[in-house]
Design a protein around this ligand. Structure first.
Ligand code: ADP
Ligand code: MG
Length: 204
């Protein structure tokens, strides 16, 4: 039997590619499983039709900004309706690898107004209980991506990443916790686990 939390818990992990989101999320899944909590891991862009189109543009070339923003909104609306809200209603801990803060930061770096992007998303996307913003210098994250054996894609060019990082750090919301992601992975994971634990205690 898995334990549930009334109304669910929405936890988002944000940060640039190579910041350590997947690594932290694996630990948060284990953390929930060890406590027998119902937990669902998902990501944005999603694996649905809109999300696949966005992911495709990392290889085929970026779309014009307005079209790109529109695709992110469509993808997220579907994600909210089909997974995020239903799972929260079932009392799950919903763990997201990226959410609308990434849209504000990445599309903001291309010229969109980050506050406008946030406002448009906040009209339909549920507010997270916790955003773990994994903050790390682009030189470090790009080196990790190369070590991981991948090649940085169109979304991850260094000049743009500096701007993405600045915008992420400029977003002020009470549920955002900035975590120093340049620390060793174990330290980052422990910090994130303890922040999640605080939220769970607050909901108990
Ligand atoms: P993301 O999901 O944000 O792109 P990953 O979790 O895939 O990042 O991590 C990118 C690479 O860096 C992986 O090879 C991972 O093992 C490594 N890594 C993750 N966190 C750390 C850390 N804190 N210190 C050093 N390397 C890390
Ligand atoms: Mg990842």
């Amino acid at each position: 039997m898995s334990e549930t939390v009334a109304g669910g818990v929405l936890v988002v992990v944000e940060g640039v590619d190579g910041a350590g989101k997947s690594t932290v999320l694996r630990r948060l899944v284990e953390f929930c499983e060890a406590r027998h909590l119902r937990c669902v891991l998902s990501r944005e862009p999603t694996d649905g039709p809109w999300g696949k189109r966005i992911r495709g543009t990392a290889e085929t070339g970026r779309l014009p900004l307005a079209e790109e923003l529109e695709l992110f909104i469509r993808d997220r609306k579907e994600h909210v309706e089909s997974l995020i809200l239903p799972e929260m209603a079932r009392g799950a801990v919903v763990l997201l690898d990226r959410y609308y803060f990434s849209t504000a930061a990445y599309q903001g770096a291309r010229g969109a107004n980050p506050e406008e992007v946030l406002a448009a998303n906040e009209q339909f996307a549920p507010e997270p209980d916790l955003v773990l913003l994994l903050d790390c210098a682009p030189e470090v994250t790009l080196e990790r991506i190369r070590k991981r054996g991948s090649v940085p894609d169109e979304f991850e060019r260094q000049e743009a990443l500096e701007a993405v990082r600045r915008i992420f750090l400029s977003i002020k919301r009470p549920f955002i916790r900035v975590v120093d992601a340049s620390a060793v992975a174990e330290t980052v994971a422990e910090k994130c686990e303890s922040l999640l634990e605080e939220i769970l205690i607050g909901k108990a």
